[in-house]
Design a protein around this ligand. Structure first.
Ligand code: ZN
Length: 78
C-alpha cells in the first residue's frame, strides 16, 4: 500500500503498518498451575472478527497471550 503526504510518497520505513487482526485463545488444554516461560501449551484460537476457530495447536505461553494473526482476516494483504 502506498502512502502519500504533502511531500510526495512516504518512504516505506516511515509508513504505518495496517493493524494485524489477531486471534485469541478460546480454549486451553491446561490453564491451571504455573508454567515456565517458553513452555508449550495446547490452545485453540478464535478470531473476534470472522469467528473462525483454529485446531488445537501447541504454542508458547507468550504466543498464547499475545494471540496469532488471523489468516483469513489478514490474508491477501502484505
Ligand atoms: Zn479473522
Amino acid at each position: 500500500m502506498r502512502e502519500i503526504d504533502l511531500f510526495g510518497e512516504v518512504p516505506k520505513e516511515a509508513q504505518r503498518k495496517p493493524p494485524v487482526l489477531r486471534m485469541h485463545v478460546v480454549d486451553a488444554a491446561d490453564d491451571c498451575g504455573y508454567r515456565e516461560p517458553g513452555q508449550a501449551v495446547g490452545v485453540r484460537f478464535s478470531c473476534a472478527r470472522c469467528h473462525s476457530v483454529t485446531d488445537w495447536q501447541f504454542v508458547t505461553v507468550t504466543t498464547a497471550k499475545r494471540g496469532i494473526p488471523c489468516e483469513k482476516c489478514n490474508g491477501g494483504e502484505s
